[in-house]
Design a binder for this molecule. Structure first.
Ligand SMILES: [Zn+2]
Length: 454
């Protein structure tokens, strides 16, 4: 079908850009002086600028000097935690949870969650992120923000076993009620917090419900080596073995972090009956001084996709997936002692196809190609720090920054145009959030939502 074969004008035509494309083997390539035609929220064609000359369109973007990339995907975050950004610094994991984060989270109100999610979405849209996977509390509030701000998200209502049976019931009720919301932009997951906060029986019940209702599972597991060691000492099994024996590995499960995955866990992950993926958020690992990182190379060898993530801003300080992409490349080179490993093209593969698979959208987003949802960003490479360009993949991963994203588009709708946010009023959100911070951060009550004891 040619772009001009329809009677009505295209919704959006982007011209003059270089487009990141994937071939049949998912190899990354770049198509120069290209045009992208968007109709009904979908990429209709990736073609030449000449082919769209004179094509009727409701909106046109002249993107000369820019590169069109699939929108970035934040595969594991807790958006409302931007409200805690910078509140608990330079602490080990246990003190970070027990002394600051979990006491403060016992104060959380729906309004705090709305404002935090709004700020987070604004930050991500500005950084070229079009989709995020979020597990937190008061997720109806996050769903409302996603609906309004135009992003795409996989949302899960988090729960602990300490909440009793209501925790899992609420997570299921949310997942069933909200899936396919916001015109299909919202997908959902069951979201047990982690094997050290959710009992085996509850994990097994979660796995059964996930299979019965065709829902994915999003949880933290084997976050760090200490958790794995403690699990072995107390229960004689690793956290991944817990996921295996409770049936979670037979679901479509997204595991956050996995820096404590052992050699012995790999055959379990390779044999998993569902579609397992891991999200890596390397900035936090460096900050908490964890001794290991996500074993990306070992996971690649057994066919487990690794998506890029930031975790919440209380640990990561930013929701900048572009930075996660560069850090993943650097840390993998350093950890594997191999400069040839995790090339820029591999990093872009994690950022696009693998991240899309990780959040269950492998057939929907992650590529700019006919039939895919039109989630894409335009990146300006005319700045001095990105010139000259010898290797465009390297320029994108190691020279460009999230601030070089000029335009962010989800489902064909422009959410940021030439750096101007069109769906979130940041000043207003920051003002109201600022007023609420004293009540939110009060720890005088001595309560906490949960105890960190791996
Ligand atoms: Zn997390």
């Amino acid at each position: 079908m040619t772009p001009s074969s329809h009677g009505k004008p295209a919704d959006l035509v982007i011209t003059g850009c270089t487009v990141l494309v994937h071939d049949d083997r998912e190899e990354i390539g770049f198509r120069e002086d290209a045009a992208v035609v968007v109709r009904d929220g979908v990429v209709e064609s990736v073609t030449t600028a000449a082919a769209v000359d004179g094509l009727a369109a409701a909106d046109r973007i002249d993107a000369r000097g820019q590169v069109a990339l699939p929108g970035l995907i934040n595969c594991h975050t807790h958006t409302p935690m931007v409200a805690l950004r910078g509140l608990a610094e330079d602490l080990p994991t246990e003190e970070w949870f027990n002394d600051v984060v979990w006491p403060v989270e016992s104060n959380l109100t729906v309004r705090d969650v709305i404002l935090g999610a709004r700020l987070a979405c604004a930050e991500m849209i500005r950084a070229g992120v079009t989709t995020f996977a979020d597990s937190y509390f008061h997720m109806d509030a996050v769903a409302a923000v996603v609906t309004q701000c135009g992003m795409r998200a996989q949302l899960g209502q988090a729960y602990f076993s300490s909440q009793g049976p209501e925790g899992l019931a609420a997570s299921l009720e949310f997942a069933l009620r909200r899936r396919d919301g916001a015109g299909g932009r919202i997908t959902t997951a069951l979201a047990p917090h982690a094997p050290y906060t959710v009992a085996d029986a509850d994990l097994a019940a979660t796995a059964e419900l996930a299979r019965a209702h065709d829902l994915p599972v999003h949880l933290h597991a084997a976050e760090n080596r200490d958790q794995t060691d403690t699990s072995l000492a107390r229960h004689g099994v690793t956290p991944i073995e817990v996921l295996e024996r409770t049936g979670i590995l037979d679901t479509d499960v997204l595991i956050a972090h996995g820096t404590g995955i052992t050699e012995g866990d790999l055959p379990l992950l390779a044999r998993a009956g569902g579609r397992t993926a891991v999200a890596t958020a390397p900035r936090g690992y460096l900050k908490f001084a964890w001794p290991t990182t996500t074993p990306v190379r070992a996971l690649r060898d057994i066919g487990v996709p690794v998506g890029l993530a930031t975790d919440g801003a209380a640990s990561n300080n930013s929701l900048d997936v572009w930075e996660s992409m560069a850090l993943t490349s650097l840390i993998q080179k350093s950890t594997e002692n191999d400069p040839r490993w995790l090339t820029s093209r591999q990093a872009l593969h994690h950022a696009t196809v693998q991240s899309a698979h990780a959040v269950g959208l492998g057939d929907t987003v992650g590529r700019i190609a006919p039939g895919r949802r039109a989630d894409l960003v335009l990146v300006d490479l005319t700045g001095p720090h990105t010139q000259p360009v010898h290797d465009l993949a390297a320029t994108l991963v190691h020279s460009a920054r999230s601030a070089d994203v000029r335009t962010t588009i989800v489902d064909g709708r422009v959410l940021m145009r030439d750096r101007e946010l069109l769906t979130v009023d940041v000043a207003e959100v920051a003002r109201e959030l600022g007023e609420r911070l004293p009540a939110l951060t009060d720890r005088g009550h001595g309560r906490r939502v949960q105890e960190y004891d791996t």
